[in-house]
Design a protein around this ligand. Structure first.
Ligand SMILES: [Zn+2]
Ligand SMILES: [Zn+2]
Length: 142
């Protein structure tokens, strides 16, 4: 068995890594506690915004957003709960970015794959050329 040690992505402490968490056990416990506070608060305050939740539970907005993205907290029944799109700041209720930015990004992605294709074609041609040279060299030798 190999000992897999890494730095906690939250507090930076060294800990024995596993595949379940990317944070150390102490942080897992802390996050669980925050989750319970947020979940409990939301059960009683369905109409609150993410800022209100954060202020009253003292859990950072970022962490609440993470709970939502991870699916640990469902905001289906929380009409006022949303968080800003990472790209333009528009309020969204799922994923990292809003619909508009998603469309824009997928366009960018298509361009990228076109570029990628071209680059790979070029590479293939280069390989072909070098293969020919090798071929020639070998023939020369014999
Ligand atoms: Zn930690
Ligand atoms: Zn956006």
């Amino acid at each position: 068995m190999t000992l897999n040690v890494g730095n906690c992505s939250r507090c930076g402490k060294l800990y024995a890594k596993n595949n379940i968490h990317d944070v150390c056990p102490a942080c897992v416990k802390e996050i669980d506690k925050m989750y319970e506070n947020v979940a409990k608060y939301l059960r009683e305050n369905r109409g609150s915004t993410i800022q209100q939740v954060s202020e009253d539970t003292e859990v950072p907005v970022k962490q609440i957003v993470r709970f939502i993205r991870e699916g640990r907290i469902s905001i289906m029944n929380m009409p006022n709960l949303n968080y800003p799109c990472e790209s333009c700041g528009e309020p969204i209720r799922e994923g990292h970015i809003c619909e508009n930015c998603r469309k824009k990004l997928s366009k960018d992605y298509q361009n990228l794959t076109e570029d990628e294709k071209r680059r790979q074609q070029q590479k293939q041609q280069e390989n072909h050329v070098s293969y020919n040279i090798k071929d020639r060299l070998q023939k020369d030798r014999f």
